[in-house]
Design a binder for this molecule. Sequence first.
Ligand SMILES: [Zn+2]
Length: 349
Amino acid sequence: MKIEEIIKDLDPLTLLEFKNYLLENLSELIGAKNSNSKIITNNQKGIRYCNKCGCVLYKNGKTKTGIQKYICSGCKHTISETTGTITYCSKLSFNVWQNIIDNLLNGFSIRRIAEENNISIPTSFKLRHKVLLSLNHFIDNIKLSKSAQSDEKYFKINLKGTKPQKMPRYSKKRTSRGNSTRGISHHQVCVISVIDEEDNLFFKIGGLGRGTTKMLEDNISSHLGDVKIITSDSASAYQEFCRNHNIKLIAIPSHFHSDDIHNIAEINGVHSQLETWLSKFRGVSTRHLQQYLNWFAYIFMMKKRFELKKLKLESYKNVIIDNNYIKSNEIFDIPMPIDLNIAYAEYHN
Ligand SMILES: [Zn+2]
């Protein structure tokens, strides 16, 4: 039942009593250990199924801290309400999580998030990555509609935070192929950016060097929805891609942003906003670049859709209710999105 409907039936005296009760107990209520689990219970719809065998899950009492437990009707496997969500195994309550999400929407650094929430820097690092990884799901579900603009943006490879044993090996001797420079080299990470009329925005790391049809196929195809027109530069990659998908391509000759009627000004504007935003972080490692791109796209879209007050709660729901649990040590094992052997090919013997 909606909260407005419950309140509509209350008399003014009860309402006042309710208000006072809330004011007195709010921090305790939202700070309770089971606060995250309650939100998940109220927002998760439909029947829950076992992720081990697929049978229906039944409610099976509560934990000491009041978190709903479930048991599988088939294999008798038990889980709790928060299993599989970002708050699983987390001792932090709703207000801390909400504050961290708010900090992330504001683009705060790891250090600042640690200070604001009284948590250690390693914890802050892990939490930020957990929340950012949970945005993947949101971005993966974007479907483009009507008319879209697309362009590529190139980034330098950044190996920040890569363990020494995982670094590519250099050799002093360079092979002969190393001298070729063809504009955009294979030392640059190609990011494909797309925005549609309804401000759906996403970025995908395509690979190394100039954008290809395969990069577009791998990264845009699943997002096409009912898009009819793509405006982009005149690169052959787009021509082939649009032909394959029966989409009309409006090709803007390179070095022009407009052909008078059509233009890619919007995606170019997004690129310069992105650049400013990323510069705050003083170098983002290529390993985590996709997460930062998703983060930017998420904030961009949410700001277009919700007023500030709603933004926080809406984001909290997006992040907490999803099945996106990741173990802290998995954050360090996120694979490099590019092949360093190709990037540094000329340094190999
Ligand atoms: Zn089962």
